[in-house]
Design a protein around this ligand. Structure first.
Ligand SMILES: Nc1ncnc2c1ncn2[C@@H]1O[C@H](COP(=O)(O)OP(=O)(O)OP(=O)(O)O)[C@@H](O)[C@H]1O
Ligand SMILES: [Mg+2]
Length: 386
């Protein structure tokens, strides 16, 4: 086993991150605060975390050799995405590396069908689902739930890519015919989407953040609101469910649980992320301890930080590349003129529809912080304001 961070006196702990996107970039900022040496795996030096100055190894997460180079000498290995072949995770663990989370827990975020089965076997509420190996499987589900049926790529999806609401048999046939492995599930009448975020250490200590409401447009998360506005008891139920799940699957680091709240007040688990998550970006300014600090603390098995809100209301609005291809960087000064707007840009090349940053505002009134965060994000996106 590599030396424990707590036993290698006088040296900085070293954490490897598989990935170099915005999550690794914001983890890098926390690593600077904690004097942790962060080493990220980047496809090229222009990637978000690498361009921000994080030490990087150039490589590919599908290459076991590149993963070994990244992880060599590190006290813990963690992730900013899910696209790592599962067998590579096992191989790294077998080589004595500390994976945070470990391969079994991580799999619940890598394969949506596996996640559904794990959740169901734990007795946790999920939408009705089936493996969609054939069109017959989808039709059998539709016979119970009706159309449309939601088809999801088992692996590799994000920001709604890999999620199709299939209206009928013909559309489902086209989706399955496009290749890949699919999961089918009932279309849920969603009243609200929630996110329950927890941090958990290998030794078992866990903390939960206040439950947030997430707002998606075209299946991409665009806004995060606190308080969530969820029905009676729903915030606490979501938090308790996330804590129970984290323990059951031995999650380590940050875990985000995306949930659907139905009109009847029922909660269903949508998907899991075992890494810092977009729905937790509000914690940078809106919580006593950000998800990135708590992620590092958790993966190094250090005491976790307090998760309380710093103000009664917090809103985060994502900044997405505008259709005209223009760059939000050029409009930073305008957005910063919005009182209270905390602007984060990820250093990514501007492309239409790509998440390029976010804005957080914390304050007294939910309506006011949402309006201010939206205004700043719209300015960054170059939108005409009403
Ligand atoms: N069964 C469902 N019923 C209704 N809407 C759904 C269902 N599944 C997904 N959606 C909608 O599609 C969105 C994206 O789905 P999901 O979270 O599974 O995909 P994703 O692309 O992996 O997302 P992420 O960007 O969070 O990784 C959800 O947030 C929700 O708005
Ligand atoms: Mg999702």
């Amino acid at each position: 086993m590599p030396a424990s961070s707590s036993t290698r006196s006088g040296e900085r702990p070293r954490v490897a991150v598989v990935g170099a996107g915005q999550l690794a970039r914001m983890t890098h900022a926390a690593a600077i605060d904690l004097d942790v040496e962060l080493r990220v795996l980047a496809a090229d030096p222009a990637e978000s975390a690498a361009s921000a100055g994080a030490m990087h190894v150039i490589g590919d997460p599908r290459s076991l050799e590149d993963l070994r180079v990244l992880a060599a000498g590190c006290d813990a290995v963690t992730f900013d995405h899910e696209q790592i072949p599962h067998e590579h995770l096992r191989a790294l663990e077998d080589a004595g590396l500390r994976l945070r989370p470990g391969p079994s827990a991580k799999r619940a975020a890598q394969d949506k069908l596996h996640a559904r089965r794990v959740l169901r076997d734990l007795g946790l509420p999920v939408p009705e689902f089936a493996e969609a190996a054939s069109l017959g499987d989808v039709e059998a589900l539709a016979a119970r739930t009706g159309w449309p049926v939601v088809l999801k790529a088992r692996t590799g999806g994000y920001d709604g890519r890999g999620v199709v609401m299939a209206a009928d048999r013909a559309e489902a046939g086209r989706v399955l015919g496009s290749g890949g492995e699919w999961l089918a599930e009932a279309m849920v009448p969603i009243a609200r989407e929630l996110s329950a975020l927890v941090a958990r250490r290998p030794s078992g200590e866990a903390v939960a953040y206040p439950t947030a409401c997430t707002v998606q447009r075209e299946a991409m998360c665009r806004e995060i609101h606190l308080p969530s506005g969820a029905g009676p008891g729903a915030d606490d139920r979501a938090r308790d469910l996330a804590l129970e799940l984290a323990e059951a699957i031995d999650a380590t680091g940050i875990m985000a649980v995306e949930l659907f709240e139905t009109a009847g007040g029922e909660l269903l688990v949508n998907e899991l992320a075992l890494r810092p998550h977009n729905s937790g970006h509000w914690t940078i300014e809106g919580s006593v301890t950000s998800q990135f600090h708590n992620h590092l603390r958790a993966v190094l098995d250090w005491p976790l930080g307090v998760t309380d809100l710093v103000a009664p209301a917090v809103a985060t609005v994502n900044v997405v590349g505008p259709a005209d291809g223009s760059d939000p960087r050029d409009r930073v000064a305008e957005a910063l003129a919005v009182p209270g707007a905390q602007v984060h840009l990820y250093g990514k090349a501007a492309r239409p529809g790509r998440k390029l940053g976010h804005v957080t505002v914390a304050g007294e009134q939910p309506d006011e912080v949402r309006a201010a965060a939206r205004r700043a994000a719209e300015l960054l996106q170059g939108e005409e304001l009403a």
